[in-house]
Each structure stands twice: as C-alpha cells, then as structure tokens.
Design a protein. Structure first.
Length: 107
C-alpha cells in the first residue's frame, strides 16, 4: 500500500533540497560503491552525475559514507546545492529533463 502524507502541514517535497552530485573516481571498485550509494538516494542524469532531493540526514549519510569509501587525496565528490529560485532556470540541451520534485513518500 502506498501512503502519502505531510509533516507539520508541509508537503514532503518542501522538506527536501535539490542537489547536483558529481563524482570523479580512479578505482572501479570504489566508483561502483559511490555509484550505488548515489543511486539509492538520487537519479542518475549522466554517467557520474546525479540529481537528488535530499533532507539534511540523507545529505549527511552521503557525505559520511563517501568519506569512508573514497581516497580523498585522489578522488572527488562535488555536491552543488540548487535553491528553489535557481531550479526553474536549469537548462537541458538534448536528452533528459531535470528530476521533478518528490510529491509522495512511500512507506
């Protein structure tokens, strides 16, 4: 059964922030782990680029797990915050559309 609800009278999507995440990894095994982590919370839009609506706990989860996986002196994970007023200005040429905001929480 799918449940949709609001918390504190705010729609689920308003409690999340839109992020663009991009990684550059040198090792295939670590690349796979980072990719799997990001796929669990976001939408892949290009090979190593993801879009995600995250709350603070989910963002912290990505950061902490990534720090354990990565060789920070050789690899990178870039996390870009896109504010609500910036998101409508996002332009895509060619295939794909920006990830829409979540509207339903599946419990």
């Amino acid at each position: 059964m799918f449940l949709s609800f609001t918390l504190h009278n705010l729609p689920f999507s308003l409690m999340r922030t839109f992020y663009l995440l991009a990684y550059d990894m040198t090792d295939n095994k670590r690349r796979g782990k980072i990719s799997k982590l990001l796929e669990s919370l976001g939408e892949r839009v290009q090979g190593s680029v993801f879009e995600a609506y995250l709350d603070a706990a989910e963002l912290q989860k990505i950061v902490k797990r990534s720090e354990k996986i990565m060789k920070l002196e050789e690899e990178s994970l870039r996390i870009y915050f896109l504010c609500d007023s910036c998101r409508p200005k996002l332009k895509t040429l060619g295939q794909g559309k920006p990830t829409p905001p979540p509207t339903t929480l599946i419990v």
